[in-house]
Design a protein around this ligand. Structure first.
Ligand code: NAP
Length: 346
């Protein structure tokens, strides 16, 4: 089969489109013929290499796919050959105390498939292999490109806003990177809960899309002062929730924009993880700073109901062929992405 593989960390030039053996289904595993995969920022972190985390080489990235079950291993009973499926990329033992309590990300075996797995175990390929418990039915109302673009960002946003920050009707939610992969889902989840999304992005075309998705207020961070605008929209009260993943560059502004007793929920640090923090704000304003990482399968299943009902929609800004995965990553690194980039292996 064809796949995009890297054998050393580096820039997009380390990605090679080449032949590699097709995976075989082991016990309780399925092989999926990939009809579309989707790009996530973790593809870029893996390619660049991350301090303190082993990236297993040679590596195939890709944590989101939509496709058709091509083979099932012994013990598989939840899917059959020919079923159309999407994936949940959180792998864990599913037997330990953490897993059975619904905290799969606290399992000692927890890994994000297509990021921390390997060698050669991810979705940017013609075929891929996963535990059968990690596949879900593909929503019938979506194309493979749309279906591939959902899981990782939707489950992450659902956990951040619903489980962790406990979003409520009327909450002002400040959303950084609102036109990116996480942002498009955060706007729609906020709208679903009758909260008031304040979308931040770096271009007017992106902000127009955010308004179409349900953002009540928009801020162009390349022309406007985010704090000033947030104060204006909230009548001086500031945001109830700040949706953070942009990191060091935005963290001090996020703190400034948060109301007394408000919640910052964070899952990433695109601009750097060494953020400055005045911890006086933490006690004086009694604010809540919550970390969040991916989500569990039940949270994904919960959120998928709103994909099936059409209340949350995928946004595929671009579809590129598998051999152009490097170009897709460059578009993401330049912050030019509108919604998600889907990859077509055909
Ligand atoms: P994405 O689609 O590339 O979108 C990120 C957006 O962030 C960009 O469109 C850009 O928007 C904005 N941005 C980038 N640098 C910025 C800066 N210095 N200041 C303000 N805004 C900036 O990426 P994504 O898929 O949404 O993921 C975002 C981050 O979350 C990544 O770091 C990723 O690794 C992390 N993440 C973590 C988890 C988890 O479970 N822990 C899950 C998913 C993602 P504008 O230029 O338009 O403002």
């Amino acid at each position: 089969m064809k796949a995009v593989i890297f054998e050393q960390n580096g820039g997009p030039e380390v990605l090679q489109y080449k032949e590699t053996p097709q995976p075989k289904a082991g016990h309780n595993e399925v092989v999926i013929q990939v009809k579309a995969s989707a790009c996530n920022y973790n593809d870029i972190w893996a390619r660049r290499g991350l301090p303190g985390m082993e990236i297993i080489l040679p590596h195939i990235s890709g944590s989101d796919v939509s496709g058709v079950v091509a083979e099932i291993g012994p013990g598989v009973h939840n899917v059959k050959v020919g079923d159309e499926v999407i994936v949940h990329c959180g792998l864990s033992c599913r037997e330990c105390e953490a897993c059975t309590a619904g905290n799969e990300f606290f399992c000692k075996d927890f890994k994000i498939w297509g990021f921390q797995t390997g060698p050669l175990d991810g979705g940017h390929a013609e075929y891929c292999k996963l535990p059968a418990v990690n596949v879900l039915p593909k929503p019938k109302n979506l194309s493979h490109e749309e279906a591939a673009s959902i899981s990782l960002v939707l489950v992450t946003v659902w956990r951040m806003l619903v489980t962790r920050a406990k979003i409520r009707a009327g909450d002002f939610v400040l959303i950084w990177g609102a036109a990116g992969g996480l942002g498009i889902m955060a706007i729609q989840v906020a709208k679903l809960f009758n909260a008031r999304a304040i979308a931040v992005a770096s271009g007017d075309d992106k902000l127009k899309m955010c308004q179409e998705l349900g953002a009540e207020f928009v801020i162009n961070r390349s022309k406007q002062d985010v704090f000033k605008e947030v104060r204006k929209f909230t009548n001086g009260k500031r945001a109830d929730i700040v949706f953070e993943h942009t990191g060091a560059d935005t963290w001090p502004i996020s703190m400034q924009c948060l109301k007394w007793g408000g919640t910052i929920v964070v899952c990433g640090a695109t601009s750097g993880f060494d953020a400055h923090m005045d911890i006086r704000l933490l006690w004086n304003k009694q604010q809540n700073y919550l970390g969040s990482h991916l989500g569990n399968k039940a949270e994904l299943v919960d959120a998928m109901r709103f994909i099936e009902s059409g209340q949350i929609k995928p946004v595929v800004g671009k579809v590129l062929p598998l051999k152009e995965l490097g170009r897709a990553q460059e578009i993401m690194e330049r912050n030019e992405v509108m919604g998600k980039i889907a990859i077509n292996p055909a």
